[in-house]
Design a protein around this ligand. Structure first.
Ligand SMILES: CC(C)(COP(=O)(O)OP(=O)(O)OC[C@H]1O[C@@H](n2cnc3c(N)ncnc32)[C@H](O)[C@@H]1O)[C@@H](O)C(=O)NCCC(=O)NCCS
Ligand SMILES: Nc1ncnc2c1ncn2[C@@H]1O[C@H](COP(=O)(O)OP(=O)(O)OP(=O)(O)O)[C@@H](O)[C@H]1O
Length: 199
């Protein structure tokens, strides 16, 4: 029997920080953001569909998608975001499930799916247990602006494109409060994994 853990939270709430710790513990992690990058590489089906909907203006000179430009469009326009999601999400779902099967086939006992939009996209039935990474909104905003060099407006647009974190907390099997230090976060993770017999 294998255990699939869904790790979610808000943008810049600390998911990558926690998956780094999980990988160090030897637990395989499948990262939805990473998969979402792979499925829109030049020539892939989602790449072609994105150009059909958004035009060649969203390409860089080398033909790759200009993510900053596409982000500036979709995080300020819900209809356009829905169109992008409808192109990218089915491919992401399919690739993540295939990767998960590969890990199970190799005999991995625990697999983590890092999916920022786990609840928004209704993917909860793909996982057995859910960890939500929580931070207060002012800390989330501060860390997001600092990490991506976004203005307050740009950062807020991204936060508001997602289900509020306090709603996600209600749906979690376990919550990690990432307002404190990295070490405090690690201790919470170790406690959860011990309780679930992963360690
Ligand atoms: C709009 C895009 C081009 C911006 O790219 P960029 O490199 O700036 O951001 P990146 O992909 O690293 O995403 C950063 C974070 O933004 C949030 N986010 C991304 N897409 C979305 C979305 N459609 N709705 C809400 N939040 C989103 C997530 O928390 C994610 O972790 C890109 O995010 C994208 O293609 N999004 C659509 C696919 C998607 O939903 N990906 C998220 C997980 S499947
Ligand atoms: N406990 C912490 N203390 C201070 N900084 C932190 C802490 N946790 C994370 N950070 C920083 O906050 C930023 C966001 O964290 P991280 O990249 O792990 O979030 P994320 O949820 O993976 O974000 P996204 O989904 O948007 O990629 C990073 O710059 C990270 O270094």
């Amino acid at each position: 029997m294998s255990l699939t853990i869904g790790l979610t939270g808000g943008i810049a709430s600390g998911k990558s920080t926690i998956t780094r710790m999980m990988r160090e513990l030897g637990i395989p992690v499948i990262d939805a953001d990473q998969v979402a990058r792979e499925v829109v590489e030049i020539g892939k089906e989602a790449y072609k569909n994105i150009i059909e909907v958004f035009g060649r203006e969203i390409l860089q000179e080398n033909g790759e998608i200009n993510r900053a430009k596409l982000g500036a469009i979709v995080f300020h326009d819900e209809e356009k975001r829905k169109k992008l999601n409808a192109i990218v999400h089915p491919a992401v779902r399919q690739h993540m499930l295939a990767k998960k099967e590969e890990y199970i086939h190799r005999g991995e006992k625990t697999i983590v799916l890092d999916i920022p939009l786990l609840f928004e996209s209704g993917l909860t039935h793909f996982v057995d247990k859910i960890i939500v990474v929580y931070v207060d909104e002012h800390i989330q905003l501060e860390r997001l602006m600092k990490r991506n060099g976004f203005s307050q407006d740009e950062a807020l647009a991204r936060i508001q494109a997602q289900m509020p974190l306090h709603e996600k907390v209600k749906k979690a099997d376990a919550v990690i409060d990432n307002n404190g230090t990295i070490e405090e976060t690690k201790q919470q993770l170790l406690q959860i994994l011990t309780k679930w017999d992963v360690l």
